[in-house]
Design a protein around this ligand. Structure first.
Ligand code: NI
Length: 474
């Protein structure tokens, strides 16, 4: 038996430690540990409710748009605001542009180096990506290696264009100025819309001709990775409301293969193995306070559960829930993407499945962004006015590139009385819960057959979730 600690895991956002127990070539046990406490929920108490949109974005520089969206939805809910179609569309365009950036970043610059033999990379890049980072397990031809190396470089340019896409309507990136309760702050000019259309066209072209084919190449080269890092339950809060308010990605849960409707009241946040006092508090009412040195605890990440079950969130979860509860066009896009890769539904919640799900989602969202852009009517309102009430409470449930993100607010005396955040990686990288059940990432690692110390495969499994630790611990 060998105990291995990977601390920190590189090429993810933030500080994640993973401990593995490897015996007879199998990972018998895995522990995922968030090594940082930040306390953003505490910082918000006593502040003006509109500060939440600004402060919660500072949870993370990678996924701030999802937090400004969830924070704004919280007040939309608390104040019962009727956001005009333009407000919904512009918010969706800004957040959607961030999804495209995220998925390209994740595949090329965070995950792909796990599969690249530095010997096949363009000059300069090989030295930048240290050979030690590669497991030397690239199974493709020299031409395929070179193609992926070139695309790694091209993806840097496309990421810049995607950030520009966010900034056109969002003001800047990171930390947008536009998504607010009641709608958006900025009415784009016709010039902005044209600039958005042009960059979106370039990005969709890259996704169609380069990103999606590269993901299919990886899927073809590593068919066994559809059996690697599997999980069994999936959750989506649903997101990207269309102009009429219907979510583009539906809400829903799949518990061990059984589809079930999502109800926020069935979420618990458990802390038996996290460094927090008490029993986890009540969602929307009270959050647990830190307790350093707590017996049996090993992470600053709490353990959210739905009906007591750990659930994977993210692109694979969104598409699986979409197949059960989604619109016909969404289901058709998912089925077409799975057919192209020759995979079955149950294989999406795996290492290769997560990469495929991200690429399918990027294609679908790219097309939706083009549709939403055409649906804008810039002569009509982009927001509704509102007044902060003395008392109130609201919930903001949205989807971030990495999965379901939820904010809960309670207002008293015109100030924030309580604020709570559950981020996607809080779900995915959670520790064991009150019943001792491992989190999704721990579940995905356990039982994996490995050669040697197992570090290479463990890295591929962890990175397939696209963890964001700053968000997970907030
Ligand atoms: Ni984040």
């Amino acid at each position: 038996m060998k105990k291995i600690a990977i601390d920190p895991i590189t090429r993810i956002e933030g500080h994640l430690k993973v401990e593995l127990v490897v015996e007879d070539g199998v990972i018998r046990e895995a522990r995922s540990s968030g090594a940082l406490y930040r306390g953003l929920e505490q910082i918000l108490v006593g502040r003006h409710p509109l500060d939440a949109q600004k402060i919660t974005q500072r949870i993370c520089g990678v996924c701030p748009l999802a937090h400004s969206t969830a924070a704004s939805l919280c007040l939309d809910d608390a104040l019962d605001l009727d956001v005009p179609p333009n407000g919904r569309l512009l918010s969706a365009l800004i957040l959607g542009a961030n999804f495209l950036h995220n998925h390209i970043l994740h595949f090329y610059h965070l995950a792909l180096p796990d599969y690249l033999d530095p010997g096949g990379l363009p000059a300069g890049l090989a030295g930048f990506l240290s050979p030690g980072a590669s497991p030397q397990d690239w199974r493709g031809t020299r031409e395929e290696r070179e193609r992926l190396g070139q695309d790694y470089l091209a993806a840097l340019t496309m990421r810049r264009k995607a950030q520009e896409l966010v900034a056109l309507f969002g003001g800047k990136m990171p930390h947008d100025m536009a998504i607010v309760p009641g709608g958006v702050t900025y009415r784009p000019t016709f010039g902005d819309v044209e600039a958005f259309r042009f960059r979106l066209g370039e990005l969709r072209d890259f996704i169609e001709r380069t990103y999606f084919p590269d993901v299919l190449l990886l899927a073809k080269t590593y068919p066994d990775h559809f059996a690697l890092g599997r999980t069994h339950s999936f959750l989506s809060y649903g997101g990207f409301p269309e102009a009429d308010g219907t979510p583009t990605f539906p809400a829903g849960v799949i518990l061990n293969g059984e589809a079930t409707p999502f109800r926020p009241a069935e979420i618990t946040e458990e802390v038996a193995h996290a460094w927090y006092a008490g029993d986890g508090g009540k969602l929307g009412e009270s959050f647990p306070m830190p307790q350093v040195g707590k017996q049996g605890a090993y992470s600053w990440i709490k353990a959210p559960r739905f009906r007591g079950e750990p659930c994977e969130v993210g692109p694979a979860a969104r598409l699986l829930v979409g197949l059960e509860f989604g619109s016909e066009p969404l289901r058709a896009a998912v089925e077409e993407g799975m057919r192209a890769a020759g995979v079955r539904v149950e294989e999406l919640g795996s290492v290769a499945g997560r990469h495929l799900a991200r690429a399918i989602e990027a294609r679908y969202l790219g097309a939706k962004l083009a549709e939403w852009l055409e649906a804008l009517d810039l002569r009509k309102p982009i927001a509704v006015p509102f007044k902060i009430p003395a008392e109130g409470q609201g919930v903001g449930l949205a989807e971030a590139p990495r999965g379901a993100v939820g904010h809960w607010i309670k207002i008293k005396g015109g100030k924030i009385d309580h604020y709570q955040v559950i981020s996607p990686t809080t779900w995915n990288a959670s520790p064991r819960d009150d019943r001792g059940k491992p989190g999704p990432l721990e579940e995905a690692l356990s039982g994996t057959q490995v050669e040697g110390d197992g570090l290479a495969l463990a890295g591929r499994i962890v990175r397939s979730f696209d963890p964001c630790l700053a968000c997970a611990v907030q």
